[in-house]
Design a protein around this ligand. Structure first.
Ligand code: KIV
Ligand code: ZN
Length: 410
């Protein structure tokens, strides 16, 4: 990618599911699994893949080589410390990719706490390391991203000095990682605005942001950074990653698409791929999706509450921010339980071909409402028992597993 002011309104998605996402404890992926996820990400329209950290294991090199061979479309990037040996490993992993489809992503921690305790280096020494690493990377790569790790806790003037030197040395993208996830949307805005206004050569590079979700603000911070004008956002499917994870890809895509009048940014990602992508990543990483996970959780299109069920049965959009088909989800589920009302219970009975009088319907509703706590836990069973009591043999199919939840086709 080459910076182009005409394209400032496009959002480029860099996906880090295979790198920061895989750093989540318990989430490790085989090279084959990485290739499969990379294919699904490419199908969804992701612009670049943060595919792994070659210096950390030979399986990372194998995975990246597999992705280069089998995945066409996105730029494939490898993470490196500012060490020639790391950059050599990144090149080994990416050598077969076209020069405009491979990237190296170099990081060095720059905050006072990292300088003093982890690296034991001065500001000047780090600047020198950064410039040297970028010069070295230029011999092998055309696309070079540089990120000051812990940027959000680095002194702003020093951060701007680093970015200026990195761009001067040849970085084509500068990253802003909020490594420990401490920023708020307001602080994100002022920090990004400061950088964009104080790095004199900033127009020669793209700016990418990478947020962690320690305060539950990664998506909000990413959107705030986009409003300030950054071009690249780094996300992970299901928001997986270190500690509380990274910005969730699906959340940013849908927030942008539903609020285009506010953000005025073009999004090339196919939202219909989001649910299948989410399920694939959950399956391969063994990191389950919380039922209430924004955009892709199983409860997003399910309701047990009577008032919501009644509204949805009259008009789907009464209680939905977007329809299931937008993200490739199946229909809406009307779940029976303590909170369900007459409308949902009547709809379920109709679906099962029962024609009830008002008094019979009252009996079924009362059975669910009067149930004890342990019975609510399996309200579906209670429902079928009550219907069987009312209808005897005719109702034998009610407990069929396929009938456990009613789904409204949309
Ligand atoms: O969060 C972080 O700082 C990172 C870097 C490696 C970019 O993931
Ligand atoms: Zn990170």
């Amino acid at each position: 990618m080459v910076a182009d002011n005409n394209n400032l309104k496009d959002v480029y998605f860099s996906d880090t599911t295979l790198r920061d996402g895989e750093q989540m404890p318990g989430a490790s992926l085989t090279p084959e699994e990485k290739v499969e996820i990379a294919k699904a990400l490419a199908k969804a329209g992701i612009h670049s893949l943060d595919a792994g950290f070659p210096a950390c294991a030979s399986s990372e090199i194998e995975a990246i080589q597999g992705i280069v061979k089998e995945v066409k479309g996105p730029v494939i990037s490898a993470l490196c410390r500012a060490l020639d040996s790391d950059i050599d490993k990144a090149y080994e992993a990416l050598a077969e990719a076209e020069p405009y489809k491979r990237a190296v992503s170099i990081f060095v921690a720059t905050s006072p706490i990292h300088r003093e305790y982890k690296l034991r280096k001065s500001k000047a020494q780090l600047l020198e390391m950064i410039v040297n690493a970028i010069h070295y990377a230029r011999q092998k790569f055309e696309i070079i991203a540089f990120s000051p790790e812990d940027a959000s806790r680095t002194e702003l003037n020093y951060l701007c000095e680093i970015y200026q030197a990195a761009i001067e040395a040849g970085a084509t993208t500068i990253g802003f990682p909020d490594t420990v996830g401490i920023l708020t949307p307001e602080k994100t805005r002022t920090t990004i605005r400061y950088i964009l206004n104080h790095v004199p050569n900033i127009a020669r590079a793209f700016m990418a942001v990478h947020f962690h979700n320690d305060l539950g603000l990664a998506t909000s911070n990413t959107l705030a950074a986009l409003e300030e004008g950054v071009q690249i956002v780094q996300c992970a499917v299901n928001g997986i990653g270190e500690r509380a994870g990274n910005t969730a890809l699906e959340e940013v895509v849908i927030a942008l698409l539903l609020n285009q009048e506010q953000y005025q940014r073009a999004v090339d990602i196919d939202p219909k791929q989001l649910v299948s992508l989410s399920q694939l990543v959950a399956e391969k990483t063994s990191i389950p999706i919380a039922p209430n996970k924004a955009v892709v959780g199983s409860n997003i299109f399910a309701t047990e509450a009577g008032i919501h069920q009644d509204g949805i049965l009259k008009n789907l959009d009464t209680y939905l921010p977007f329809r299931p088909e937008m993200v490739g989800a199946e229909g809406i589920q009307i779940v029976l339980g303590k909170h369900s009302g007459r409308a949902a219970i009547a709809q379920r009975l109709k679906k099962l071909n029962f024609c009830l009088t008002e008094q019979q319907l009252d009996l079924v509703v009362a059975a669910l409402k009067d149930a004890k706590k342990n019975e609510w836990l399996d309200a579906e069973r209670l429902f079928s028992q009550t219907v069987k009591q009312l209808f005897g043999e005719q109702a034998s199919f009610v407990s069929d597993l396929n009938e456990r939840k009613s789904t409204i086709e949309v």
